[in-house]
Design a protein around this ligand. Sequence first.
Ligand SMILES: [Zn+2]
Length: 463
Amino acid sequence: MNAANRAFFADHARLADGWRQDVLIEWNDDGTLVRVTPDSAAPAGVERAKGPVVPGMPNLHSHAFQRAMAGLTEYRASVADTFWSWRDLMYRFAARIGPESLADIAHWLYVEMLKAGYTSVCEFHYVHHAPDGAPYANRAELAERVVDAAERAGIGITMLPVLYEYSGFNKGAPREDQRRFLNTPDTLLALIDTLARARPENGARRYGVAPHSLRAVSGESLAAVLEGLDAHFGHAPVHIHVAEQVAEVEACVAATGHRPVEWLLERFNVDERWCLVHATHIDANECARLASSGAVAGLCLTTEANLGDGVFPSHDYLDAGGRIGIGSDSHVGVDWRSELRLLEYGQRLCRRQRNVLASATQSRPADRLFDAALDGGAHATGRPVGALAPGLRADWLVLDDAHPGIGGHARETWLSSAVFCEHGESPIRDVFVSGRKVVDARRHAQEDEALTRYRAALRGLLG
Ligand SMILES: [Zn+2]
């Protein structure tokens, strides 16, 4: 580790053991924290935080292109509109995406994420090929555009190219509108290899793999892609969509005799490298087993609500010691505060109780969920993030002392105010990633240009 040569001082910062005062944060040239020292004196000339400092939040699930669809599917096309009818619309939209439009959408999305306090993103990237299904001359063309957009905006990324082979269980032939997504384990591993040669892993960038779902990948392919991944990238992150829909669970039971999460736990060594995205429909047995596996349940509350997926049993899962993280998924909202609020509110509405996700040791749900989402999000990224501690990335947020929900409160309620209250502008003022200030007084230096290009891309797609 290089010597610390950069420093920042916070009157209050949230460390692993809670709020601490007079914290000197020091990091090195490659953006890694070297010392985090509470009860320090501020060295002369060091920049001081304009409010309380908290670790940056990882966003563990994103389909960048879907940002441009937000708001376009909020009308009734049939009396039985479901996830599946939404998916048809999404496929039609995906068919129009090209390298330029994807680059511009992803860049704007990542600027929005940073402004909202997400400092890392896991990109579950499945549109790989040209509209006719033929690979681009560079097989990794679209994934590379997304990785470049992240670097340009200044957000850390875990790129997870998606393995997609079938339209359903029992190796159903893929539909024509799925042809842009298709790979075999070998062609997907070649894509990841191409990508990693062109854009090598570094402190802000990591690669993993995303078998799309048990609907879209066979057991043999899943084993093959994991074996190939291990050979090239070691114990890299593995993300999979699982049990988002009741129909998916029923089809899995019909095809295999097992529920999806149960099937996965029986056949694979599901451990802390795994992120099971949604995992909405699990029974008590799956809940207990998943909780003890160390895997992360990737919860995307605003998207799950938008798509009418159902409610994940977060109370029982957290009480069993389960690991969670949050993602903005389809990007109907890009704000970790909304995800955590809805996580608690879903339980309140179902149970007709308040403060459901508090615990025996943490009476405030906002604090418990914030800490849980940092820990689970960090595991899902496979990158050293999620806390202010030596050896981890220098990623943090400054809450605004001038905001009435922060400056007017005692420190015990800063996170409650940030998560549960919506009064005008966000309390997040400044955002640092790898020690670099990428959002200053709620502005990202590239936001005007990024928005102009995003709007032009949207006009092109909708024209
Ligand atoms: Zn997803």
